[in-house]
Design a binder for this molecule. Structure first.
Ligand SMILES: Cc1cc2nc3c(=O)[nH]c(=O)nc-3n(C[C@H](O)[C@H](O)[C@H](O)COP(=O)(O)O)c2cc1C
Length: 388
């Protein structure tokens, strides 16, 4: 196994081993990619305050996420088509997460179905829901998540309509890939990926194929979202879904203090400050910049989580110091998965935990619960430049 020292090591391996179509799918933002880039570059503008001559022994990264125990304040965010990044990808990622003691969230747009992941894991996972127009499908998928005991419903609010990612259109993204000449040439150098795919039956949208009626092209994310996603989603519909589900509810994709206030009054168990990893509204502010405004708006009325742009334990530390209770990673674990399957996801989690632990110690802290603004050095215009 290659020596992995950071998330970028996994990204390089992932790029070499995964078909271009799926690498591009993950490694893109919408339109110009500005928000995608700033999600990470804004983390780099925040600095950590070093402390010396303090007792650094007996450190603790364990916490709870939406009331559930976690070995560190990090979870695996929902990622569509994970089973195209690596054969049976959702099962590999869920297994790595359960062994590591962190939550895994299965996307509506996954390749392995809810039932399949449940059969191949031993602990409950979270289920991420996109709200569909088809009420029968919507009711059924909520029941399916209940039937396998999903630990929370993560309701994504920032994708009623799909942000355009240029490369997906140019590559003809589909699951499984259509065998055109460029795809075949690309696959010829990705033999591990191809072998894995030949050995599995899980190559379609497992939660949808066989469950949804009247979808013209079930292989295409683009056609499915344009036909089925409910553009009329509003807080009344969200309330109905909350009642249909009846369990823990996490609202994902909040990026505005006013929306956060509504979500807090709504009685969600947690909200995730997120711009979908820069894949939806290009030109939106980075999540790490919006986080403190949202924390200020909701106080302790709801648990505030964040995602978008996290590539290291130092980034997690900065998010926690800025008021997040937990952080979620998307691409960071997808790089690991594409590089080495379950072992790669575990490697990504290990890298992040170690970086978080060591950086926390060098900040003079022993427990993730004690991190706060006192650990950060923030540029003077960071909060005020855009008057959010
Ligand atoms: C390839 C890819 C697919 C995604 N699919 C979904 C999805 O199906 N549902 C969802 O709620 N979020 C989805 N997201 C967004 C992630 O849940 C998360 O918000 C984002 O990846 C965080 O940014 P990061 O990748 O910089 O960590 C996806 C992200 C990526 C990169």
């Amino acid at each position: 196994m290659p020596v992995i020292t950071c998330i970028d090591d996994l990204k390089q391996l992932y790029r070499a081993r995964t078909p271009k179509m799926f690498y591009d799918y993950a490694e893109s933002g919408s339109y110009t990619g500005q928000t995608f880039a700033e999600n990470s570059s804004d983390f780099a503008r925040l600095k950590l305050r070093q402390k010396v001559a303090v007792d650094m022994s007996n450190r603790n990264t364990a916490t709870t996420i939406a009331g559930l125990p976690a070995s560190m304040p990090v979870g695996l965010a929902p990622v569509g088509l994970t089973g195209m990044q690596h054969a049976d990808g959702e099962i590999h990622a869920a297994r790595a997460a359960e062994k590591f003691g962190v939550p895994y969230t299965l996307s509506t747009m996954s390749i392995c179905s809810i039932e399949d992941v449940a059969e191949n894991t031993t602990k409950p996972f979270m289920f991420q829901l996109y709200v569909m127009k088809d009420q029968d499908f919507l009711a059924a998928i909520i029941e399916r998540a209940k039937a396998v005991n999903c630990s929370a419903l993560v309701l994504t609010l920032d994708l009623q309509i799909l942000g355009q990612r240029h490369k997906d259109l140019k590559n003809g993204l589909s699951a499984p890939p259509k065998l055109t000449l460029p795809t075949l040439l690309d696959l010829a150098t990705r033999w591990r990926w191809g072998m894995g795919m030949l050995q599995t039956k899980r190559r379609f949208f497992g939660n949808i194929v066989g469950h949804a009626k009247g979808v013209a092209d079930p292989s295409s994310l683009m056609s499915w979202t344009s036909q089925q996603f409910d553009e009329r989603l509003d807080w009344d519909k969200i309330a109905r879904i909350r009642d249909m589900w009846g369990g823990k509810l996490i609202l994902k994709g909040i990026l505005d203090p006013e929306d956060a206030r509504i979500a807090a009054n709504f009685g969600a168990d947690a909200i995730i400050v997120s711009n979908h990893g820069g894949r939806q509204l290009d030109g939106a502010l980075s999540s790490i910049r919006m986080l403190p405004h949202i924390v200020e708006a909701v106080g302790d009325r709801v648990e505030v989580h964040m995602d978008s742009g996290i590539r290291s334990g130092q980034d997690v530390l900065k998010a926690l110091a800025y008021g997040a209770h937990a952080a979620w990673i998307g691409r960071a674990y997808i790089y690991g998965l594409g590089a080495m399957g379950e072992a790669g996801v575990t490697a990504a989690l290990e890298v992040i935990r170690k970086e978080l632990d060591i950086s926390m110690a060098l900040c003079g802290e022993r427990d993730v619960k004690n991190l706060g603004l006192h650990n950060l050095l923030v540029p003077q215009d960071f909060l005020t430049e855009y008057g959010a």
